[in-house]
Ligand binder design. Structure first.
Ligand code: SF4
Length: 289
């Protein structure tokens, strides 16, 4: 037998395991509670998995999300087509796709007044996400900016207005889609989120996507696309290409903030959005703009 690990290391491991429990990942680790002992009554039984999940933190529940129209009643299962490059699932979640009984409200409650990464220190409000909780189309951005941080809502600043125009150009309204970010708290000075911040926060996004089960995910910018694709390549190398992402179709396009600086790139984005419209069965000749 080796010597006992130092106290601070044991404390860190304990905290990390508690965090995984918050995310209901405990059962996916060796030496954690076996499936049979957890019972199916609680939240967190993963569909198609052998093990349900662990307990969650008790925090006040947020307001219920709005429930506007779904673009695709019946929500047919996406085809299992193959696209390059092969999507790498974030390692933290492995093959976890959905958690039985999980809801956006549950995820928000699990998040609580989160202090899991350093971004909590300067945030004003957590920006969880907004829109149709059953949307066929989800936009994933990088993180909140100043306006979002003040209002607690995603994409409400200048870039957000442009995203709204993009959505309307597709013949939709914001309430038809779901909009969220990789990190839920504003990075200071709008800097790019650090790797560890992304790794800490993105499991919440994975759960959101697992609950919403959109038909199409549009990644806005490098951080969103690199995180979901598990790549370090620049978005310019795969922008506009289709990928499979855990049963959904995923496409990456430029972030609206980039378009504010480079209006000429709007044409590329419109090409990408038209691909999304075709995928969703939206008429190309009846757009609002
Ligand atoms: S960015 Fe995410 S993980 Fe970090 S404090 Fe905010 S909610 Fe928590």
């Amino acid at each position: 037998m080796g010597s006992r690990p130092p106290e601070d290391l044991r404390k860190k491991v304990k905290e990390r395991l508690r965090y995984y429990d918050d995310l209901r990942l405990g059962p996916y680790f060796r030496d954690r509670k076996p499936a049979e002992t957890l019972g199916a009554a609680g939240r967190g039984k993963k569909v198609g998995a052998e093990t349900p999940a662990a307990k969650t933190a008790v925090v006040p529940a947020p307001a219920a999300p709005t429930k506007p129209r779904d673009l695709t009643p019946g929500r047919p299962a996406p085809s299992a087509s193959t696209f390059l490059p092969v999507v790498q699932a974030p390692s933290l979640f492995g093959s976890v796709e959905t958690i039985e009984g999980d809801t956006l409200e549950t995820i928000r409650a699990d998040m609580g007044e989160c202090t899991r990464c350093r971004l909590h220190k300067q945030r004003n409000k957590i920006v969880f996400g907004a829109g149709n909780g059953k949307a066929s189309l989800v936009f994933v951005g990088e993180g909140p900016g100043h306006d979002e941080d003040m209002q607690g809502l995603p994409f409400v600043g200048r870039a957000g207005k442009l995203l709204t125009q993009m959505i309307e150009a597709m013949g939709l309204v914001r309430e038809d889609v779901y909009i969220c970010n990789i990190v839920k708290c504003r990075p200071p000075e709008n800097r790019t989120p650090e790797k560890d911040e992304v790794a800490t926060c993105s499991p919440f996004l994975m759960r959101q996507l697992g609950v919403i089960r959109p038909k199409v995910i549009v990644c806005l910018g490098n951080v969103a696309s690199q995180t979901l694709l598990g790549t370090h390549k620049s978005i310019s190398q795969y922008r506009g290409q289709w990928f499979d992402y855990r049963g959904a179709r995923m496409i990456a396009t430029y972030h609206p903030a980039y378009l504010l600086r480079n209006p000429a790139a709007k044409a590329d984005v419109w090409v990408d959005l038209k691909k999304v419209m075709v995928e969703l069965g939206l008429p190309l000749n009846r757009t609002r703009r």
